[in-house]
Design a protein around this ligand. Structure first.
Ligand SMILES: Cc1cc2nc3c(=O)[nH]c(=O)nc-3n(C[C@H](O)[C@H](O)[C@H](O)COP(=O)(O)O)c2cc1C
Length: 197
């Protein structure tokens, strides 16, 4: 029984998180998903998808409908009583895609005031896989120091940076490549791009 946590925070590049959930849904029995308030509005701005409902169950229903799957469990960022807030609830790893500089800072400084930072804090204390995809341009020294701190703790820093040796034909090829590299960082098998030989 494999399960993963996916968090979508309020950075640009919501499509990467949305596509990641699609892939993890195939690889796992359950995907535990948390989306911040800002992320919901960025998802709407960047993709036109409106996931936010009036309540946690209503939002979960919309998300499950989007993926045609009940494998996705959704928790509000304020739900600090959710299973993923506890170290006793075991998962196979956590992905934060995209990761805002605010969420990055919260994790690097142990300031667990929402469910995403709490679940990441739990992943760190329990020594479980944590993969984050920080997105900002340019990075300042605070951002870089926070990333270095987390990297030294074993967090995989996998920013959404495309490569061009794949000769991408369109945006979809770029999204597939970036999500594939994020899955590689988490040790999850996929078939999203052709490997260099
Ligand atoms: C359209 C939009 C795009 C944003 N893009 C980024 C971004 O790429 N990186 C970032 O660190 N913050 C970005 N922000 C700012 C964050 O959303 C803001 O700092 C927020 O407090 C992050 O909170 P969260 O991590 O809890 O979602 C963006 C905000 C908006 C409205």
């Amino acid at each position: 029984m494999k399960s993963f946590i996916v968090a979508i925070s309020g950075a640009s590049g919501a499509i990467y998180g949305i596509r990641l959930v699609e892939e993890l849904r195939k690889a796992a029995d359950t995907v535990h998903l948390c989306v911040t308030g800002t992320a919901f509005s960025i998802i709407k701005t960047e993709t036109g998808i409106d996931w936010l409902g009036k309540s946690e169950p209503e939002t979960e229903k919309k998300i499950q409908k989007h993926y045609s799957s009940k494998k996705i469990k959704y928790y509000s960022e304020t739900n600090l009583a959710a299973p993923i807030a506890s170290g006793s609830f075991i998962t196979n790893g956590m992905f934060i895609v995209p990761c805002s500089m605010k969420t990055l800072s919260g994790i690097a400084n142990g300031y667990a005031d929402n469910l995403i930072v709490r679940a990441a804090d739990v992943s760190l204390k329990e020594g479980r896989g944590l993969i984050i995809s920080p997105r900002e341009m340019p990075f300042n020294a605070i951002h870089l120091e926070n990333m270095l701190k987390l990297s030294r703790l074993g967090v995989k820093i996998a920013p959404p940076v495309p490569a061009f040796y794949q000769k991408p034909k369109d945006l979809n090829d770029i999204v597939e490549f970036v999500v594939g590299k994020i899955l590689d960082a988490g040790g999850v098998k996929h078939n999203l791009f052709k490997r260099w030989e």
